[in-house]
Ligand binder design. Structure first.
Ligand code: F58
Length: 832
């Protein structure tokens, strides 16, 4: 039975007055006006769009919370296994539109709000993105939450409530400038839980003592204490009342207030400093993508979040009164990358130091509970924490890590006697100076299953970075779950017209819950009327983007031109530099043409967007080159509408929502073997765009599903990469002639001071062209020619787009979550 603060005889009275959900337009309008007039203390005389947005958001929030309460009660009563998804990033984007659509109340709300004098699009636009993530990894976590709720899985997300999300990007004089993203001004989607706090300890020392029965025990004492305060965010499923919880922790000084003693005795600064130090932990998201920088504050964030979450999970489990041996049957914990790996150590610590279990019993529980998802093979992105840093911050955890390593190495030694080098290679501790802890190894050793995020990637981790662990644990511990995206946000919400057209042909919106139903579109792929309707929708999405580009950059682009989009974090391995070099090459070719030749060319708009990590100089230089090229090309009257280059400032989730539906072609052109999966490739194809891409990450599986004729693949394969790099290192490669021409043009100063771009050129020459731009350049340009040819035949193009969408069923995050539930978590949905 659920504990209740209301005595049994009074509960009926309570239930009589229980909150109910609005269902009709009038009830919705009444809620909105009530919130505007009371919660917000505004009236019809001073209600602007922000106030109207707030009123609508609060009305929907109430609705979510009613379902949230019911769901949580039902899950507690049923006492089934739950999954906890630990992620340092949840890149949620906006919530209102998604809440309305998932609750299937948008039409009612649009109607209701228009009678109150507002347009829903304008209100939706008032909302600030919740940008608590960098890129793919954080957005994947958000898609997974949507799928978990939509499929009725009992699941909670755990993360950090950053006061500042990923920075906002401004482009000033062609350069990226970072501006802080303070997003909490008005956030109706979260609930502070002032009663749910956990004290988290740092630093101090470990005291060893002997128990009465002779056993040695450890207490970790002294040090700094910081309080974690829970904020809950309801996560509605689509077309189901299931509303799961995302719990984000915020840091505060543990006393709740700053030290008045110090304050009263005049030591103002120090009292404020203590408070600030505590609040700093959850203050800001680290803005790096695919690089590990090893800062102490980052480690503090990780432990703070992991310790608070585990305390919460363990507290919930203990309420059930079950034996500890049941823990893995009740709890699955998924580690989104290595950032939460300390959870493995923390659970072992709780079990042995607090709950007094034997080491082996505890370790059995731990290793049955965790799953670890790897998202990268890039060596610079693999987390390693310096031993002295961990020794100082988490002294007891370091002891436990040493012990885990010791027992692990002993079992390896027994199975592979005399292989000293194997022991050195797989040790959790790397014998560098200083020693470092290899977090991925700790995550593997402490987990039941390890997965990569696309087939190629999962194969690569088994044959490269984790090869020895496959030998030690056997291949079954390693598995693949190819990523997916939620079709609710990435089709229905982002592209309502296309979603409606599909629904019309398929007889309803069931495809949003079973995306394989899209294959019913196949039979319309050759239908001329359907093709026209389909392409009209594409055109109107392009018009909307053209309007946005005009308003924000002043650049006029022709919506009839081929829109070629590359939006994602800027990184050398993703090769935006190759794209802009390709654009320069196209520009040079156009310049050489006669008027008559030009008239035969396909018009192109090359659109870029993405943030560079603030300390990533090369990525910032790539942005600078894109803006420099756009400046020259867009103002060249010889070229006119044949080529336009646009950099979209501050790419984020809500911009992705209008960019994905507006592409004819999108670029996913990472060096083979470097992009673990990619997920925007899926979003673009799902929205009826074609892609140009390398044989990398999920591009390969997209090709398998949609067919080779519907994707523009180019470039070398992952298996060639090592040899090609080797050849570069020994100076055995000539630069591709077209690329040579591009470099010469940059160095001539056509795009401004060539000194600015020296680093980019150097990377291709003396730098050894690590990302193989030169090796892939010829086939990249040739493939773009094929794109142009294909675009000249609108019917065949439309057919390709429709056929591709019809085959995208596999790439829903629902399928991914079902695979996790079956193969990793052993989790059952709760029937609603
Ligand atoms: C991304 N990783 C992969 N990391 O690059 C991408 O291929 C994949 O589709 C996606 O994960 C989802 O699996 C990624 O986004 C980060 O941003 C980390 C943030 C924290 C620091 C290290 C990189």
């Amino acid at each position: 039975s659920i504990e209740s603060s209301i005595p049994a005889p009074l509960r009926d009275t309570w239930k009589k007055f229980a909150a109910t959900e609005f269902k009709e337009k009038e009830a919705f309008q009444k809620e909105v006006v009530k919130h505007i007039e009371t919660t917000l203390a505004r009236s019809l005389y001073n209600c602007d769009e922000l106030a109207a947005y707030s009123g609508v958001a609060l009305a929907f929030r109430d609705r979510l919370i009613i379902d949230w309460n019911k769901t949580q009660q039902a899950h507690t009563l049923l006492d089934q296994k739950r999954v906890y998804y630990l992620s340092l990033e949840f890149l949620m984007g906006r919530t209102l539109d998604n809440a309305m659509l998932n609750q299937q109340m948008k039409d009612t709300a649009v109607d209701g709000i228009s009678e109150l004098g507002f347009r829903m699009e304008d209100l939706i636009d008032q909302e600030h993105d919740a940008a608590l993530g960098n890129g793919g990894l954080g957005r994947l976590a958000a898609c997974f939450l949507d799928s978990l709720a939509s499929l009725n899985f009992p699941a909670w997300g755990y993360g950090l409530r950053y006061r500042y999300g990923i920075f906002k990007q401004e482009i000033i004089d062609g350069y990226q400038v970072e501006v802080p993203d303070y997003w909490l001004d008005f956030n109706p989607w979260e609930f502070p839980r002032h009663d749910i706090t956990v004290d988290i300890m740092f630093y101090g020392h470990v005291r060893k003592y002997t128990e009465e029965d002779g056993r040695t025990s450890h207490v970790w004492e002294g040090g700094e204490v910081v309080q974690a305060l829970a904020y809950d965010v309801p996560i509605p499923g689509y077309g189901t009342p299931t509303t799961n919880n995302l719990r984000l922790w915020s840091s505060k000084p543990s006393t709740g207030e700053f030290d008045f003693q110090k304050f009263n005795s005049g030591d103002y600064e120090s009292s404020v400093r203590d408070q600030q130090r505590a609040e700093t932990i959850s203050a800001v998201l680290y803005p790096n993508d695919n690089i590990d920088v090893g800062k102490e504050l980052r480690l503090k964030q990780q432990y703070f979040w992991v310790a608070a979450s585990l305390y919460d999970i363990v507290r919930r489990f203990k309420k059930s009164g079950r034996a500890w041996s049941d823990f893995p049957e009740q709890v699955a914990i998924q580690l989104n990358d290595t950032h939460p790996t300390l959870a493995i150590v923390e659970l072992q610590r709780i079990l042995i130091d607090k709950e007094q279990l034997d080491w082996d019993d505890a370790w059995n529980i731990v290793t049955q509970t965790f799953g670890y998802t790897n998202h990268t093979v890039l060596p610079e992105a693999l987390e390693k924490w310096s031993v002295p840093l961990v020794q100082n911050l988490l002294p007891r955890h370091l002891q436990i890590i040493y012990e885990i390593n010791l027992y692990f190495l002993q079992t390896v030694e027994r199975r592979f006697p005399k292989d000293r080098d194997l022991l050195r290679r797989v040790s959790i501790i790397e014998e560098s100076n200083p020693q470092v802890i290899r977090m991925a190894y700790l995550a593997i050793i402490g987990s039941k299953k390890v997965n990569g995020v696309a087939e190629l990637h999962s194969d690569l981790i088994k044959s490269t970075i984790f090869k020895d662990f496959v030998t030690i644990f056997g291949p079954d511990k390693f598995t693949n779950v190819t990523n997916g995206v939620t079709p609710r946000r990435w089709l229905h919400q982002a592209n309502p017209k296309l979603s409606a057209l599909i629904a019309e042909k398929l007889g309803g919106y069931q495809f949003l819950k079973d995306l394989t139903l899209l294959n019913g579109l196949e039979k319309w792929a050759d239908d001329k009327d359907f093709q026209r309707e389909w392409m009209d929708i594409k055109y109107s999405n392009k018009q909307r983007l053209a309007k946005y580009i005009k308003e924000t950059t002043g650049i006029a682009v022709n919506p009839h031109a081929l829109f070629d989009i590359q939006v994602k974090r800027i990184h050398e391995y993703k090769r935006q530099q190759m794209n802009i070099f390709g654009v320069i090459s196209r520009y040079l070719a156009l310049k050489k043409m006669t008027k008559a030749e030009r008239a035969k060319q396909v018009q192109r708009v090359s659109i870029f967007g993405g943030k560079a990590a603030p300390g990533y100089w090369m990525a910032k230089t790539i942005i600078r080159l894109i803006t420099a090229v756009s400046e020259v090309v867009n103002n060249d009257i010889d070229v006119g509408d044949l080529l336009k280059v646009v950099f979209i400032e501050d790419y984020n989730v809500s911009k992705a929502e209008f960019l994905c539906p507006a592409s004819d072609l999108s670029e996913h052109i990472s060096t083979a073997g470097t992009e673990a999966s990619g997920t925007s490739n899926m979003k673009f194809v799902l929205n009826g765009g074609l892609i140009i891409g390398t044989c990398d990450g999920a591009n390969i599986e997209i090709t398998r599903e949609i067919g080779e004729d519907r994707i523009f693949l180019f470039g070398h394969l992952a298996e060639d990469v090592e040899d090609l790099r080797h050849a570069h290192r020994y100076g055995k490669t000539e630069m591709d002639p077209a690329l040579r021409e591009v470099c010469d043009e940059i160095q001539k100063g056509t795009f401004g001071d060539p000194g600015i771009f020296g680093g980019l050129i150097h990377a291709l020459t003396d730098g050894g062209d690590y990302y193989l731009v030169s090796d892939d350049f010829a086939s990249y340009l040739a493939t773009h020619k094929l794109v142009d040819e294909a675009f000249k035949d609108p019917q065949s193009w439309a057919n390709k787009c429709i056929m591709s969408v019809s085959a995208m069923g596999f790439f829903t995050s629902d399928r991914a979550i079902q695979e996790y539930a079956e193969n990793i978590w052993n989790l059952e949905p709760v029937p609603m």
